[in-house]
Every structure is written in structure tokens, then in C-alpha cells.
Design a protein around this ligand. Structure first.
Ligand code: PPS
Length: 296
């Protein structure tokens, strides 16, 4: 942990360390992590598994719409953290315990830290990954606006820390490889942020088949239209504008910031780009999975 992690939020330390991961204390405590570990997984639960800044909020919009067969009431009236709650967050029990099935549940946990009950269940997982270069840029801006995360100082400093996994939820490489190596392949769908950008209707169709919902072409098109970046940005139940400014300073950077692929090209220097490529190749050398960004 760097010395800066001793910065505080109010009277609290910014991060706690849990099984090698840095987690922001504003939403995680030993009790909430115990809750996640002891979570009673149901066979019809649907986990949305992401490394931060990879498409979590997007899925919190898409999956409830699919489960509600295109009815927009939940996404227009219920904040995203309530409609697809975050398992390891401190309010999870309030939103999850009494919820009727099927529950859509977000988690940033690496595969190795999933609740033991998950491995014995038939629960499904939607695993979303994003070009890690764009994850770095998105995460950098999130650290600028979120008072509960370490101030990134400079992009270069943040870039180095991110590569070493000295950021919240640890290493992207550990997260992505862990989930790719999961044994439960028959109940996991792997999808990327970039695939959703390229063909949102196609992605929604795939996801609805995966969760067992037969939807008409019209409903799929309507969900896709609602879930464009432009439309989600104006949905106050999804754009985090309900969070007070002292926690998320939207004037420094918006939560729904750009919503594009390839923004990293506006931030990485040539040296950072070369360094990233060799680091990525080394870390991912045993991974057979082809990601869309491998050749972009
Ligand atoms: S978090 O904090 O982990 O929940 O963040 P997460 O939601 O995973 O990622 C935030 C980034 O996703 C972008 N986003 C979208 N992009 C395209 N279309 C839609 N509909 C959409 N919704 C969210 C959001 O803008 C963040 O990316 P950046 O690159 O910062 O814009």
C-alpha cells in the first residue's frame, strides 16, 4: 500500500485491505465483506461481474430492462445501486435479502473471492470486460471526481499504480484471468464493453437469451435505444447525480464521462503505450481468449 493510502475520508482511512485488495472504506467494512462471503446465493441469481469502469452501470440498466421485458418503470424510478445492488457494498443486505427472484447483483470481486455458495449454485454470471487502456483512463477520471478514492495526482502516477494493481479492487489482470479460468463456463457469458458499443441490439439479444427471456425485436430495439450513452446520461436514476457533490464532484468529471472506445489514445504517451503493450503481453501470455481490443 502506498503511503498516500493513509489519506482519509472524513475521519476514516480511505482504504481497507481485504485478501490483497484495496477497498474504499466508504462502502466496504469487514462486516459487509463477511456478508458477501456468507451470501445465500439462489440458483436463479444473475451476477454482473466487472472490474471497475468496465460497464457495470450500463449492465445495471440493460439487465433490469431485459428482466422486466422492456418495462422502463424500474430504470426510471429506482437508482441503479438499488435495482442491481452491489454485493460487497455496505447497503447490499437492505436491497438483496427480501428481493424476489431473479435478482440482478453486481460484483467487482475477483473469482477467487466469490461467496462459497456461488460455487455450489446454478447462479448465472455476466462477465463484462473492457479494453484495459480505456479502463485506466476512465478510472483516472473517477479518482479525480470521487472523494473516497486516492487523489491520482498525475495521469502518469496513476498509470504506474494501476499497472501494479495498487488501486481499488486490485489488478485488472488478476480479475480478468481469474474469471476467464472459471470452471463454471456453462453458466457464464463473457461480453465486452466494445461489443456492446459496436452492436448493442445484438448484445441485448445475446444477454436476453442467456437469462432466459424471449423478447421481440421491437422490445430489444427499445431497450437498446434507452441504453445509449446519450440517453443514460440524462437518466438521474443512473447517472449518479443523486450522489452528493462532496462524494462525487460532477463538476470535476462526470460519471458517465465519454462512453467511447479508444479514449486512451488521447492520454497515453508513446512511451506509456509501448510500456503497456509489453506489460500486457507478459501478463496475458497464457490467455487463449481473443479480445476485440487485441488488434485495435
Ligand atoms: S463503476 O464505477 O465500476 O460502476 O463504473 P462502470 O459503470 O463499470 O464504468 C463507467 C464507464 O462506463 C461508461 N458507460 C457507458 N458507455 C457507453 N454507453 C453507455 N450506455 C454507458 N454507460 C456507462 C461510463 O461513461 C464510464 O466510461 P468513461 O470512459 O469514463 O466514459
Amino acid at each position: 500500500m502506498s503511503e498516500n493510502n493513509s489519506e482519509s475520508y472524513g475521519n476514516q482511512e480511505l482504504y481497507l485491505k481485504y485478501e490483497g485488495l484495496l477497498l474504499p472504506t466508504i462502502v466496504h467494512t469487514p462486516e459487509t465483506l463477511r456478508y458477501a462471503q456468507e451470501f445465500k446465493v439462489r440458483d436463479d441469481d444473475i451476477f454482473i461481474s466487472t472490474y471497475p469502469k468496465s460497464g457495470t452501470t450500463w449492465m445495471q440498466e440493460i439487465i433490469p430492462l431485459i428482466l422486466n421485458e422492456g418495462d422502463k418503470t424500474p430504470v426510471l424510478t429506482v437508482p441503479n445501486w438499488d435495482r442491481a445492488p452491489w454485493l460487497e457494498e455496505n447497503r447490499a443486505h437492505l436491497f438483496l435479502d427480501e428481493r424476489p427472484s431473479p435478482r440482478a447483483i453486481v460484483t467487482h470481486l475477483p473469482y477467487r473471492l466469490m461467496p462459497p455458495a456461488f460455487f455450489k449454485s446454478k447462479a448465472k454470471v455476466i462477465n463484462v470486460a473492457r479494453n484495459p487502456r480505456d479502463v485506466i483512463v476512465s478510472s483516472y477520471h473517477f479518482h479525480v471526481m470521487a472523494s473516497f478514492l486516492e487523489d491520482p495526482e498525475s495521469f502518469n502516477e496513476f498509470f504506474s499504480k494501476w499497472l501494479c494493481g495498487e488501486v481499488f479492487f486490485g489488478s485488472w489482470f488478476e480479475h480478468v484471468k481469474g474469471w476467464l479460468n472459471a470452471k463454471e463456463k456453462d453458466r457464464i457469458i463473457y461480453i465486452t464493453y466494445e461489443e456492446m458499443l459496436m452492436d448493442l441490439k445484438g448484445a441485448i439479444k445475446k444477454l436476453s437469451n442467456f437469462v432466459g427471456k424471449e423478447l421481440s425485436e421491437d422490445i430489444i430495439a427499445d431497450i437498446a435505444e434507452h441504453c445509449t450513452f446519450k440517453n443514460m446520461k440524462t437518466n438521474k436514476m443512473s447517472n449518479y447525480s443523486l450522489v452528493p457533490e462532496d462524494i462525487m464532484a460532477h463538476n470535476k468529471s462526470e460519471f458517465l464521462r465519454k462512453g467511447v472506445a479508444g479514449d486512451w489514445k488521447n492520454y497515453f504517451t508513446v512511451a506509456q503505450s509501448e510500456h503497456f503493450d509489453s506489460f500486457y503481453q507478459e501478463q496475458m501470455k497464457d490467455v487463449m481468449h481473443h479480445f476485440i481490443w487485441d488488434h485495435s
